[in-house]
Design a protein around this ligand. Structure first.
Ligand code: SUG
Length: 448
């Protein structure tokens, strides 16, 4: 049976703004308070989806969330009508209003961890929504994420959904941003690679000194148990704490994998040789030939990687077995990174082509091409069981761009977040979106 890697991209929500909310994420901190352009952000994301669809890749779309999250503000003690809740939060606790307005759900690599059916004990595709416990503005995403994923992958014969892990730092889980799967074919058993930043209960693992390590070993282990993965099909590795302290807040900022290939920076991991050997031997047991491409620090520094987002690229398989890298235009702007990419694609290796995309609006908050997509490996039967409303087609692209043009603002600054009209605009837009994507009622304003 045929199998595919389907990329579900997060549609940027109408409140996209620069709140400076993510300590440890250099772009988020340095662009704090700048005014944003939500319309441009959404159109940039849609252009990437369209381009991948036109290149022949399976492409889907994941809906944004209701923001401002008035229910979250109510839980923090703000009361009255919805407009009063927003007004009071703006007056008394602006940082809480900003957090409740974040469009951060666009970075759907953090929405969930997904294990394909070929790897799981019950032969279903398993999803665990990420608790995103490290940042308040992201910790409020998972209930709606679970509803949206449930509406996209509703068929219980093929899809199993797990609620987010307990909402405490010990189980900090950032979803697929720290998870990579290696395999020969997407439909065959593979090796799932879990990268953690620290251990909550075992102090033998070093932790970063400056910035938080968001993913814990214990969270990854819980996901492995929930998904029913075989020990032989799992490899754990620790992210180098020094790179976390340089702004590598997720593994997908310093490494990306696809098929049998891991593309990574020399400084990405601890115990790299042992980790590579384990990946090699476990993939060999399922018939695969593991290959790694290490980018030396002499060619690209960690700082270059953080600024250009070289590794936050999408590594995609082409029909002839070679690979294509989708990178943000910041890679082209960095001389060393661009020179490295030229030499990589002309070296006769597996990665033969680089395509550049303008994702500046998302990049300024630390979200590159890979952050914007959630990969779901599906066989033909499973793909047919996905809600067809969320699969990208030329007509859907047309409807979504028209929808963005109609509802989105082209400028948003902090003071605009206090405008109660913004909430109404968002709800009107999202209500229409659930009809376009045939999701049913998934938002708090639709179900309460
Ligand atoms: O969690 N930025 C996101 C970026 C997530 C990128 N995802 C992956 N690497 N997979 C984060 O730090 C910034 C929001 C703001 O500051 O307004 C933010 O949430």
């Amino acid at each position: 049976m045929k199998s595919y890697e389907v990329n579900f991209d997060g549609l940027v929500g109408p409140t996209h703004n620069y709140g400076g909310l993510s300590y440890g994420n250099v772009a988020s901190q340095s662009n704090s308070q700048q005014s944003s352009n939500p319309k441009e952000a959404a159109l940039q994301g849609l252009a990437k989806m369209k381009a991948l669809m036109e290149m022949g890749f399976q492409q889907g779309v994941l809906a944004p969330q209701e923001r401002p999250d008035v229910a979250a503000l109510r839980r923090l003690g703000f009361s009255g009508t919805d407009a009063q809740v927003i007004e009071r939060a703006a007056k008394e606790a602006m940082p809480l209003l900003v957090a409740s307005c974040s469009a951060s759900s666009m970075w759907v690599a953090n929405a969930a961890t997904v294990s394909p059916s070929a790897d799981t004990a019950d032969g279903r595709v398993h999803f665990t929504a990420a608790n995103l416990n490290c940042k308040y503005h992201r910790s409020i995403e998972h209930p709606t994420t679970s509803r949206v994923l449930g509406a996209m992958f509703a068929n219980q014969q093929h899809f199993a959904h797990h609620a987010a892990l307990p909402a405490v730092a010990q189980f900090g889980d950032e979803g697929a941003a720290n998870h990579t799967r290696f395999c020969r074919e997407y439909g065959e058993a593979g090796v799932e690679f879990f990268v953690f930043g620290r251990s909550a209960f075992d102090n033998r693992f070093p932790a970063p000194q400056k910035y938080p390590a968001r993913q814990t070993l214990e969270a990854s282990q819980a996901v492995v148990r929930l998904h029913g993965l075989r020990e032989e099909g799992v490899v754990y590795a620790q992210q180098n704490p020094n790179v976390i302290d340089q702004g590598v807040f997720h593994n997908d900022v310093i490494a990306v994998g696809n098929g049998e290939v891991l593309f990574y920076h020399e400084d990405a991991f601890l115990e790299t040789d042992q980790m590579l050997a384990e990946l090699q031997s476990k993939l060999a047991k399922v018939g695969g030939n593991f290959q790694s491409v290490c980018v030396p620090r002499s060619a690209v520094t960690v700082d270059d990687a953080v600024r250009s987002y070289l590794f936050n690229s999408q590594l995609l398989s082409r029909p002839d077995g070679s690979m294509l890298l989708i990178v943000p235009q910041e890679c082209q702007a960095n001389e060393r990174v661009w020179a490295y990419l030229q030499s990589l694609t002309s070296s006769g290796g597996l990665i033969r082509e680089v395509k550049v995309f303008d994702l500046k609006q998302s990049m300024q908050n630390g979200g590159g091409p890979a952050c914007l997509r959630l990969r779901v490996a599906l066989n033909e039967t499973e793909l047919a069981a996905v809600n067809p409303g969320v699969i990208m087609t030329p007509p859907l692209y047309g409807s979504l761009t028209a929808w963005v043009e109609k509802h989105y603002r082209d400028r948003l600054s902090e003071t605009d977040l206090a405008d109660p009209q913004l909430l109404l605009e968002c709800r009107t837009a999202l209500d229409e979106l659930t009809q376009i994507l045939k999701l049913g009622a998934v938002y708090p304003f639709q179900i309460n």
